[in-house]
Design a protein. Structure first.
Lengths: 200, 254
């Protein structure tokens, strides 16, 4: 089956042109910069899950996470001219996701001031195990919400994107020791807040 | 008898942050130590909850949404202020009569504004005020969570600044922008322009954030060239170029 080939404007597709899916993030960004939108689509599809997971862990809401990630990709696209191909696209993207998540929290706080409490949404009845699991997740999210912003960012990246300490440091542009320290301080706080969750 | 492992150390084990020797010690002790097993189980449960996958994410696709947003032209930089212009103007008459509160600084070489100037940076500073029905009241060491804050600036000396940014870091570590205002995530507004040779010039907006109780550290950054809010947030604890003076005011929100 023939694969879709992405080529730079003016170039001609040939049999040895790698498919879009085979290209590196940097190559796809350079193609996007040159106006090849399908290259940017490939980039988005490659990274959207991890970006959504980070945004969701930070914001605690899927709709908000969807909004955050869309805005982050728009920002990435508009920054394509300034993008430096240093094989750090994921760190670049996730840094923007964290910034957008932080701004979304600020925006939501203001919205709450204006709108006041929203009406309860009716939901279909859940089984006991689902209720328990949902309640646990809510408790976890409340605990994550209560963390200071810097620790929340580290938790979102570590557990949303499974970043290593070195990747956390690169993404947040902080020393690795600082990333570690923030992570373990956050875990200590979460452990205290969620003390009973580990007991079955 | 073997030494008990702390929850912190167990967390480090699960996050692969222990040295190989320490990790081996823990693994050797684990089969015969029920308390260690319990703590490890508890920590693992926490990590599992934090990393629990969200199946709905696999069904989501942001691509079409991004396309729609890209078709929308970028917004022009309009700063949506919470404006208390009337309050500020009414207060101007009272302004000169009011005493100045003490301003603390934790930055080297910066003293309270009542002290004798020692360098160019001492010619610059901001004053924080709260808006009240009676006009502007100088801020002491505490404010209310919903206080409307106003700022005045002084920009004198042989090397005055051209731009100013004022932000606060609240008790949760979150950044609250006062100048420039920043409420629209699509924008990245630049520093505001200030006049040289001015003393106690009032910026005519009363700005309110919904602040958590606890410390609020306000920073006023006087600049020779304009920076934008995102850059400043990213470099807040690092090196921001062309800064002439940074003033830190520590308040408590109650």
């Amino acid at each position: 089956m023939a694969q879709l080939q992405v080529v730079a404007p003016g170039a001609r597709a040939s049999d040895d042109t790698p498919s879009s899916a085979e290209r590196s993030d940097d190559d796809l960004m350079l193609l996007a910069r040159g106006g090849v939108l399908s290259a940017f689509d490939t980039l988005m599809r490659r990274h959207q899950r991890v970006a959504l997971a980070v945004a969701h862990r930070h914001a605690g809401d899927l709709q908000v996470a969807d909004d955050i990630v869309q805005e982050a990709f728009v920002e990435v696209y508009r920054a394509a001219q300034r993008y430096r191909p240093e094989n750090k696209f994921r760190a670049f993207l996730l840094r923007i996701v964290i910034q957008r998540a932080r701004m979304a929290r600020r925006k939501n706080r203001r919205s709450r001031l204006v709108l006041g409490p929203l009406p309860e949404t009716s939901v279909a009845p859940l089984g006991e195990a689902q209720v328990l699991a949902t309640e646990r997740q809510r408790e976890v999210q409340r605990a994550v919400d209560s963390l200071p912003e810097r620790q929340r960012a580290v938790v979102a990246l570590r557990f949303g994107a499974d970043l290593s300490h070195a990747e956390l440091a690169q993404t947040l542009r902080i020393p690795e020791g600082t990333a570690r320290s923030r992570l373990f301080t956050a875990l200590r706080t979460l452990r205290k807040k969620l003390g009973g969750l580990g007991h079955e | 008898m073997s030494e008990p492992f702390s929850p912190d150390k167990i967390a480090r084990y699960l996050q692969e942050d222990l040295s190989p020797t320490e990790a081996q010690q823990l693994e050797a002790q684990l089969p015969e130590d029920p308390e260690l097993q319990r703590l490890l189980h508890k920590e693992r449960a926490l990590v599992d909850l934090l990393s629990a996958p969200v199946p709905a994410i696999n069904r989501m696709d942001v691509v079409s949404g991004v396309h729609r947003r890209l078709q929308t032209p970028e917004k022009s930089p309009i700063w949506p202020w919470i404006s208390g212009l009337g309050v500020a103007l009414a207060a101007l008459a009272l302004f000169a009569l009011l005493p100045r509160p003490k301003v603390e600084s934790e930055w080297p070489g910066i003293t309270a504004r009542s002290a004798q100037p020692k360098s160019d940076s001492q010619w610059m500073g901001v004053q924080v005020w709260t808006a009240s029905p009676q006009g502007m009241v100088p801020v002491g060491t505490t404010i209310e969570a919903d206080s409307e804050l106003l700022f005045s600036y002084t920009n004198l000396g042989p090397n005055p600044a051209q731009y100013l940014m004022v932000l606060g870091r609240d008790a949760r570590g979150e950044i609250r922008w006062y100048y420039p205002g920043w409420t629209d995530p699509d924008l990245d507004p630049p520093a505001i322009t200030i006049q040289a040779g001015e003393a106690q010039t009032v910026l005519k907006e009363a700005i309110r954030h919904d602040l958590p109780t606890g410390p609020l550290q306000i920073r006023a950054i006087f600049l020779a060239s304009p920076r934008r809010v995102r850059e400043v947030e990213m470099k807040l604890d690092g090196d921001l170029p062309n800064v002439l003076h940074t003033q830190v005011i520590n308040l408590v929100v109650r």
